[in-house]
Design a protein around this ligand. Sequence first.
Ligand code: SAM
Length: 339
Amino acid sequence: MGMARPASVPMVDSFGRHIHYLRVSVTDRCDFRCVYCMSEAMSFLPRQELLSLEELDRLCSAFVARGVRRLRLTGGEPLVRRDAMTLIASLSRHLATGALEELTLTTNGSRLAKFASALADSGVRRVNVSLDTRNPDTFRAITRWGGFETVLAGIKAARAAGLTVKINTVALKGINDGEIEELIRWAHGEGMDLTLIEVMPLGEIGGDRLDQYLPLSLVRARLAQCFTLTDIAHRTGGPARYVQVAETGGRLGFITPLSHNFCESCNRVRVTCTGTLFMCLGQEDAADLRAPLRASAGDELLHAAIGAAIARKPKGHDFVIDRRRSESAVGRHMSVTGG
Ligand code: SAM
């Protein structure tokens, strides 16, 4: 029997986990400066470092050929990259062939009003919109630069275009912990799921993570005083675990990288806009895919590099936020690896 061609080898790591979910950060730039994500004076990559849209397409397509079924574009803010829609429209061919089950994105919503219909036309069915507060003053304080009404208009436009919107909310101690119940009532009242996320120690932000970290175990216990929460088996391919909220009829997700790590079922890898493959959001090890991508017009070298990287995907991350270790687990910001 001959050797299988690398492009046809499914991605299974040394712990037997099948990789079928790819998140791609198409730009590290963002039009917001959320306090837990970036410092206000972020420096971004020089443009020549970035993969071109054609290279991003080739890279994503190589992963699709290896069995990736879900592709999520993120950033930075994916919709601030010029011609992001060209990439999305092009990648939608994998939806048409059935190779890809889902093409989606995570966005801050600032440009959704402009792009919602084009996204729907490209076969995008679902978007995650990050929104941590419904209070315009708090919104400004968190995002530094964001416009609350613009995001609301973006959400509205997305829904009008037929996209399912899920709200992602990072739980922040002393900032939005007093309005989580209200956020859930609002999202569910509008027919949207909402997922709460624990703040992760990624990158220097010029502040203390201890000040921000709010364990979701605590949030859930508080919510249980006003809501009836029932665990359900609903999954969307990511790490969220869901409950049904009896009072609102909606679904509430919890992403708990710190209070309950979910690495044993990890099915994901991430690629940055420079073509660096991170096998784990919370570890430093990475593989450069830009060099093999550019070294030849064929994908053999690229597939060899992907195969070698998957084989060393680490068992899990190791996030800790406590008084002994308040520094970052990894040096890079969430905007580099993408959420
Ligand atoms: N700009 C897009 C957005 O706002 O959704 C996509 C990229 S953003 C980095 C993706 C998600 O990561 C957002 O929901 C954001 O709130 C979240 N995020 C950023 N830094 C984080 C951190 N340190 N811990 C947990 N979540 C973080």
